[in-house]
Write a protein that binds this ligand. Structure first.
Ligand code: GLY
Length: 383
C-alpha cells in the first residue's frame, strides 16, 4: 500500500531506480554474504564481524538491507544473510562495555526486523534485551539517554552526554513497550524526546549535535559541534536524524508536538539544500569547502517521505518533492551503478573534521534503499 501521491513520472523513476538498485545489490549480496560491511576499499566491502569491530554502531544496516530485499523479492538467500548478521551481533549484546545508545540502530534492522517478518522468538528476545539495556542508560535527573561510553571518542567523561542521533534509537523503546505492554519503555523514550525537543532544537529549526548535562544534577552544561563544522554549526546528518527521529516519535505516540518539531527541522533543512540537490556535510561549513554527505540526503529523504504521509496538501507535496529531488541528485551524481563494485552512494562523510571525506558508508546505502522502498510502497517498516 502506498498513500503517497507521487506523480506518474516520479513513480516511474522510483520503480526503475529501485529495480536497478536491487539488481546491483543482488550481486553485492553474493560477494559480501558473510561480512558485516561498513565501507569499501577499492570497491570491495570491508568486514566488521570480528573482535571489537562487532560492536560498531553501523552493524545493523547490512542486515536491514537484506530484510528489505527479502521483502521485495522473497528470495531466501537475503533472509539467510540477514540472520547471519543478526547472530554475529550476539557477541556485542553480551558485552556491556560495547553497548551504547545505538542499540536501536543495531537491533531494529536486524532482530526486530526478523521478529516482525518471521515471528522468531530468539529475535524477539534479542530485541527486548537491547531495549532493556537502552532504557538503563536513562538519566533521571537530566531526563536524557546517555549516548556514549567513556572509552569512545577519546576517553572523555561521557556520563552527561546526549546526542541528536539518539532520536533514531527511541523506536526500539516504543517497540518494546508495545511488545511487552510495559509503559516504562515508552515513558523513557518520550521523556528523552521532550528533552531533545527543548534543548537540541534551535529557534530557526536547526539542531545541535551534542549536549552535555551535569550527570548528577541534570543541569545543562554546554553544547558541542560534534561531527559538524563546530559550535553553533549545522551538521547535516544530525539535522536528518532530528527530522526523521521526531517524525517517528510522532508516529509512535501521536504527540503532535513531535510532528511540529519534525516539520520545523524539515522546513529548515529544505530551505538550506543547495540548488543541485546535493547536501553538504554541514549547512554552515565555509563557502570554499564543497564536501558532501550523501547519507544526510538519504536519511532526510526518508524522514521527508514519512512527513509527506503525515501531512496534507501543499505541505505534503513540498516534503515529497524535496525528498525526490535529493534522491534523484544522489542517483545521478553520487552513485556507483557498476555491478562489480560493492557500494551504492559514493560521497558519504562520517565527520567534518575527519581526514577522509566523500566515500561509501553502509548506512547511506541502507537509507537510499529504504527511501526507494517507501516511494514504491514496498517498504518493510524498520523504525
Ligand atoms: N550516529 C553516528 C553518526 O551519525 O555518525
Amino acid at each position: 500500500m502506498n498513500n503517497l501521491k507521487l506523480r506518474e513520472d516520479q513513480l516511474a523513476w522510483a520503480n526503475e531506480t529501485l529495480a536497478k538498485t536491487a539488481e546491483k545489490l543482488e550481486k553485492v549480496s553474493r560477494r559480501s554474504a558473510h561480512k558485516i560491511p561498513y565501507t569499501t576499499v577499492d570497491g570491495v566491502h570491508d568486514d566488521k564481524s570480528n573482535g571489537r569491530d562487532v560492536g560498531w554502531w553501523t552493524n545493523g544496516f547490512w542486515g536491514g538491507m537484506m530484510w528489505q530485499l527479502y521483502r521485495l523479492t522473497g528470495d531466501e538467500s537475503y533472509r539467510a544473510i540477514a540472520e547471519e548478521n543478526e547472530k554475529k551481533l550476539d557477541a556485542d549484546l553480551m558485552d556491556y562495555e560495547m553497548l551504547d545508545h545505538d542499540n536501536g540502530f543495531k537491533w531494529l534492522p536486524t532482530a526486530v526486523a526478523d521478529y516482525r517478518t518471521t515471528g522468531s522468538a530468539a529475535s524477539r528476545n534479542r530485541g527486548l534485551l537491547a531495549a532493556c539495556n537502552l532504557a538503563g542508560r536513562y538519566n533521571t535527573a537530566g531526563r536524557f539517554i546517555r549516548a556514549w561510553n567513556d572509552w569512545e571518542d577519546g576517553g572523555r567523561d561521557h556520563r552527561g552526554w546526549a546526542i541528536i542521533d539518539c532520536m533514531m534509537n527511541l523506536p526500539l523503546l516504543y517497540w518494546a513497550a508495545e511488545e511487552t505492554g510495559d509503559p516504562r519503555f515508552s515513558q523513557i523514550a518520550r521523556s528523552h524526546a521532550d528533552t531533545a525537543q527543548r534543548v537540541f532544537v534551535r529557534g530557526d529549526g536547526s539542531v545541535r549535535h551534542i549536549v552535555e548535562f551535569d550527570p548528577v544534577t541534570g543541569e545543562f552544561v554546554r553544547d558541542y559541534g560534534g561531527q559538524g563544522f563546530g559550535e553553533g554549526s549545522s551538521w547535516t546528518r544530525g539535522q536528518a536524524w532530528g527530522l526523521y527521529g521526531f517524525a517517528l516519535s510522532y508516529l509512535h505516540t501521536g504527540n503532535r508536538a513531535y510532528l511540529e518539531t519534525s516539520e520545523r527541522i524539515a522546513n529548515y533543512f529544505l530551505a538550506n539544500v543547495p540548488a543541485s540537490g546535493l547536501v553538504p556535510v554541514d549547512f554552515r561549513q565555509p563557502e570554499d569547502v564543497s564536501w558532501e554527505d550523501s547519507t544526510a540526503a538519504a536519511i532526510a529523504a526518508c524522514g521527508l517521505i514519512e512527513l509527506a504521509k503525515q501531512t496534507e496538501g501543499r505541505q505534503s507535496s513540498l516534503y515529497l518533492d524535496g525528498a525526490i529531488r535529493m534522491l534523484r541528485a544522489l542517483a545521478e551524481h553520487s552513485f556507483d551503478w557498476n555491478g562489480e563494485t560493492d557500494c551504492l552512494l559514493t560521497k558519504c562523510t562520517a565527520a567534518y573534521h575527519d581526514a577522509a571525506h566523500e566515500f561509501s558508508i553502509i548506512y547511506g546505502d541502507y537509507y537510499f534503499l529504504e527511501a526507494m522502498m517507501k516511494l514504491t510502497g514496498k517498504e518493510l517498516f524498520i523504525w
